[in-house]
Design a protein. Structure first.
Length: 418
């Protein structure tokens, strides 16, 4: 059961989208891994900024000075969220755009035809293709840490062999956006450090669910995206200062070349940064403490307790349905509250269509983790079905989903996979 003190009704009242209905049914949002619903305080803050008068940086007038304060507050709140310093934080359109931009700059240092990079078979391709593209352009080998399809975990038995003295960069996800597996990134980062390779962590799926500590992870680069944790579409990256100073970015000549502004091409999304700050404070509102970081850490504990109880309920309910197969790492491997499954004989898209008619929002496909889906053998048959949980989900919504999947599984009139 969720913690009795968890203020679920208060939380739900903070999300205007939860008032929406489809076919006269309240919408149950299980699509958070693709983008969470936006908290009311975020919406109001963004609207207020745009109503009061917007401005670009560099002016002496009040709206320009206010915009500078917005950027500074967003850096400070993002640093508190990720356990970094303000000077480490930069913003962009999304993780993918930031990763391609950083990869292009990094590859300028790589020796033509010398060395290798390492990616994984479990990752979202935003943490694969930017590095792979840059490596291929410079003639570097691309190596992979392979997936164990039976356990849906990475095979770390050959990490010392795959990552060697010729490795320039290692990219790994903190958690799988499809099956929820939380990776042992410390083992991989440690090996990268032993051979002086850069360590890149995709935290996009992790940050909405548990506390992340950039300094403790010892990664060189850590990504996340605010639209996955109740905010607007803004990409966030934390980069170690020495690496930031070293990077030779492609940029306009008059654009600031200092740390961390050198990563931020052109005018950044100021209204989005207002939302970033409010989204971080929304998470902090779940906890108590003297500092923002302490409140965030305590808030995550309460969120995790609630989400884990719901995820356990969902997994147990789906596992009891004949014809439903769950795709998840075995206990006690830690997982986010993201549940992947298939229904025997029913195409994943059809499952999602039927759920949508009942105002239950789940998704199907490869979720940009194409290699994972390929390894499982589902690329030609619709991929997996994914249900992701968020702080605003309830036991009643979990039971609606379970009952609907059960009914679908036993409905002989449903169009079957040919």
């Amino acid at each position: 059961m969720p913690a009795p003190t968890y203020p679920i009704e208060k939380v739900r009242n903070m999300f205007p989208a939860l008032k929406r209905t489809v076919n006269e049914l309240p919408v149950a949002y299980f699509d958070g891994p693709g983008g969470s619903q936006v908290a009311g305080p975020v919406i109001r803050a963004v609207s207020e900024y745009m109503q009061k008068g917007v401005a670009n940086l560099g002016g002496t007038y009040v709206t320009s000075r206010e915009t500078r304060q917005i950027v500074e507050r967003a850096r400070a709140s993002s640093a508190a969220l990720l356990g970094s310093d303000c000077e480490n934080i930069a913003f962009g359109a999304n993780m993918t755009t930031l990763a391609f931009r950083i990869a292009r700059a990094l590859s300028r240092e790589w020796r033509e035809g010398k060395g290798n990079i390492v990616v994984t078979e479990l990752d979202h391709h935003a943490n694969v293709d930017p590095w792979k593209t840059a490596a291929e352009e410079k003639g570097l080998d691309v190596r992979t840490i392979q997936l164990n399809p039976d356990t849906l975990t990475l095979d770390d038995g050959k990490v010392d062999e795959v990552i060697d003295e010729q490795t320039e960069l290692v990219a790994i996800g903190l958690a799988s956006n499809v099956v929820g597996t939380i990776n042992d990134v410390c083992r991989v980062v440690q090996r990268a450090k032993e051979v002086d390779a850069l360590a890149v962590i995709d935290g996009v799926h992790a940050v909405p669910h548990f506390l992340v500590d950039f300094k403790q992870l010892e990664a060189d680069i850590l990504f996340c995206s605010a639209y996955k944790f109740f905010g607007p579409h803004v990409g966030i990256v934390a980069v170690k200062r020495d690496l930031l100073e070293r990077l030779k970015m492609y940029k306009l000549k008059p654009h600031p070349g200092g740390v961390p502004e050198k990563l931020e091409t052109g005018t950044i999304n100021f209204e989005g940064l207002v939302g970033v700050t409010e989204a971080v404070h929304f998470i902090a509102g779940f906890g108590t403490g003297q500092s923002l970081r302490e409140r965030i850490a305590d808030g995550y504990k309460n969120i995790e307790t609630h989400e884990k109880a719901l995820a356990d309920r969902l997994r147990a309910g789906l596992a009891d349905i004949e014809g439903v197969t769950l795709y998840q790492a075995p206990d006690p491997i830690p997982k986010t509250p993201t549940v992947a499954f298939r229904v025997t004989g029913v195409h994943p898209v059809e499952v999602c269509h039927r759920m949508a008619e009942q105002a239950i929002h789940i998704e199907s496909g490869n979720f940009y983790a194409m290699t994972l889906i390929d390894r499982l053998g589902f690329s030609e048959s619709g991929g997996l079905i994914r249900a992701g949980l968020a702080p605003y989900n309830t036991e009643e919504e979990i039971d609606r989903l379970i009952d609907s999947v059960c009914s679908l599984s036993h409905n002989s009139s449903v169009e079957k996979i040919k």
